[in-house]
Design a binder for this molecule. Structure first.
Ligand code: NAP
Length: 276
């Protein structure tokens, strides 16, 4: 078994994830895994970084597919006995003018951004080694969407005692409410992406609390963050940040010094803790 430290970035064949891998290859003292759901796109991305003299490794990972997540989990367990850094970056967003019915958009968006991220965490968090770092890429849109929820929902999402099961129940309820065309009456904002990212931010707060309760001595730091508005296929060419700039906050959180005791359980933007 290798004692080399290991970092894994989900959805890293392009966009912000690719830039995170690129930065980690330069700064992380260990093996860096570029992962992609499509091995062809993944290997192409690896080759691009190799041309720059960097040496990322590759593993297939589709966060929508539990078998794929478990294959990565078993690989990391066997080869490294765990992992040191996990960046949950993979995500999707329908374009504003997409004509896919909103009920389908809600189901598909929540499936990847919230449930996929949760499934990765369920399998990989137990493997994160002491002093490890976990970064869940959320969005400032989670804050703006939270502000447009009913007072009752806001209270639930800001609660310091909400459980993961309760959060899962609320995310499923959003999908159901959209299907039944009652989501606005039920206090939800009209954004599937926004609600999925509320889920990611709140999940991070819950996970950090669980680490405090169950693995206090392990000094693992887990945070949600916003990369900013970044020029990628998702956000388009008008966005203000380059992918390298978008990678800065996730990389900062992934490389917090091993003696740091925070941030932990926070929502971070521009390397600064935000109020939730
Ligand atoms: P992007 O260019 O569209 O890249 C998204 C990445 O996620 C791609 O590699 C994509 O793979 C991958 N992915 C999607 N579904 C996946 C799945 N089921 N399993 C594994 N990988 C999957 O988007 P981006 O702008 O870099 O976004 C990265 C993250 O930042 C997302 O979580 C996004 O919500 C967040 N974010 C972005 C912005 C922004 O302004 N760009 C702002 C705030 C937050 P394929 O190539 O196979 O599709």
């Amino acid at each position: 078994m290798s004692s080399v430290p290991v970092a894994v970035v989900t959805g890293s064949n392009k966009g912000i994830g690719f830039a995170i891998v690129q930065a980690l290859c330069k700064q992380f003292p260990g093996d860096v895994y570029l992962t992609a759901r499509d091995p062809g796109r993944g290997q192409e991305a690896v080759a691009k970084l190799q041309k720059e003299g960097l040496n990322p490794l590759f593993h297939q990972l589709d966060i929508d597919d539990v078998q794929s997540i478990r294959a990565l989990r078993d690989f990391l367990k066997e080869k490294y006995g765990g992992l040191n850094v996990l960046v949950n970056n993979a995500g999707i967003a329908f374009k504003v003018h997409d004509t896919t019915p909103f009920a389908v958009q809600a189901e598909v968006t929540l499936k990847t951004n919230f449930f996929g991220t949760r499934n990765i965490c369920a399998e990989l968090l137990p493997l994160v080694k002491p002093h490890g770092k976990v970064v869940n890429v959320s969005s400032m849109v989670s804050s703006s969407a939270l502000g447009r929820c009913s007072q009752e929902l806001q209270q639930k999402f800001r609660s310091d005692t909400i459980t993961e099961d309760e959060l899962v129940g609320l995310m499923n309820k959003f999908v159901e409410d959209v299907k039944n065309n009652v989501h606005e009456k039920e206090g939800w904002p009209n954004t599937a992406y926004g609600v999925s990212k509320i889920g990611v931010t709140v999940l991070s707060r819950i996970q950090a609390r669980m680490l405090n309760e169950k693995r206090k001595g392990d000094h693992i730091l887990l945070n949600a963050c916003c990369p900013g508005w970044v020029r990628t296929d998702m956000a388009g060419p008008q966005a203000t940040k380059s992918p390298d700039e978008g990678a800065e906050t996730p990389v900062y959180l992934a490389l917090l010094p091993s003696d740091a005791d925070g941030p932990h359980g926070q929502f971070v933007s521009n390397k600064t803790v935000q109020r939730w």
